[in-house]
Ligand binder design. Structure first.
Ligand SMILES: N[C@@H](CCC(=O)N[C@@H](CS)C(=O)NCC(=O)O)C(=O)O
Length: 211
């Protein structure tokens, strides 16, 4: 498999964790999202993903998959062990809800594209952009903190999609200096996950394109 990735991309980070947990070998194709206005905007990458975002997973058969949650679902279906979703339909819905809380509600509001737009097109000061970022992360984390039952992972004793989304979002929050002292459960889940080699190998600083 080939993964178009950027070391700091939290969406790509989710997929790296899933690949590692499932023991799937992959090659990283780094796409720098900042240099020269973003190498993701180059025609050669646009031809791969018209949305010009990472992650993109290319399967051995040459299928091109985009959107981290869709990719993780594909990996779960094609490599069922270890399972990253519980068997029980209610438990599965709860896991997916937490994953979507992060991936669909928190992440899009603090993604590089919208933040750049606030700065360049909307003329906002960096301090206003930081306030925006902190506001939406904290609002999302308040809900996540209330919903998770760390034992030690977000939804019990097995790693699930919820953890794959939580850990990269915590990395992102730390990088942007969001205080996490109000979120001891989230911080505990993050620490439990990062103690696992599959999470550790997926960390931004352990990627071939890390700076
Ligand atoms: N919903 C998408 C989000 C993908 C996404 O926005 N990726 C970011 C990096 S985390 C990106 O490529 N941004 C490039 C840009 O906005 O210019 C997913 O989960 O895969």
């Amino acid at each position: 498999m080939k993964l178009y990735s950027y070391f700091r991309s939290s969406a790509a980070y989710r997929v790296r964790i899933a690949l590692n947990l499932k023991g799937i070998a992959y090659d990283t194709a780094p796409i720098h999202l900042v240099k020269d206005g973003g190498h993701n905007k180059r025609p050669e990458f646009r031809a791969v993903n018209p949305q010009m975002r990472v992650p993109v997973l290319v399967t051995p058969a040459g299928d091109v998959l985009i959107q981290s949650l869709a990719i993780i679902e594909y990996l779960e279906e094609t490599h069922p062990e270890p399972a990253l979703l519980p068997r029980d339909p209610i438990a599965r819905a709860k896991v997916r809800a937490l994953a979507e809380l992060v991936a669909c509600d928190i992440h899009p509001l603090n993604n590089t594209g919208p933040l750049r737009y606030l700065k360049n097109e909307m003329g906002q000061e960096q301090s206003a952009i930081d306030t925006w970022y902190h506001h939406w992360v904290i609002a999302g984390f308040e809900a996540l903190e209330a919903l998770i039952e760390p034992s030690p992972y977000a939804c019990g004793g097995k790693v699930t999609f919820a953890d794959l989304c939580l850990v990269p979002q915590v990395y992102n929050a730390r990088r942007l200096k969001v205080p996490l002292d109000k979120f001891p459960k989230i911080v505990g889940v993050d620490a439990a996950c990062l103690a696992l080699p599959a999470f550790d190998r997926a960390r931004p600083e352990n990627q071939p394109d890390a700076e």
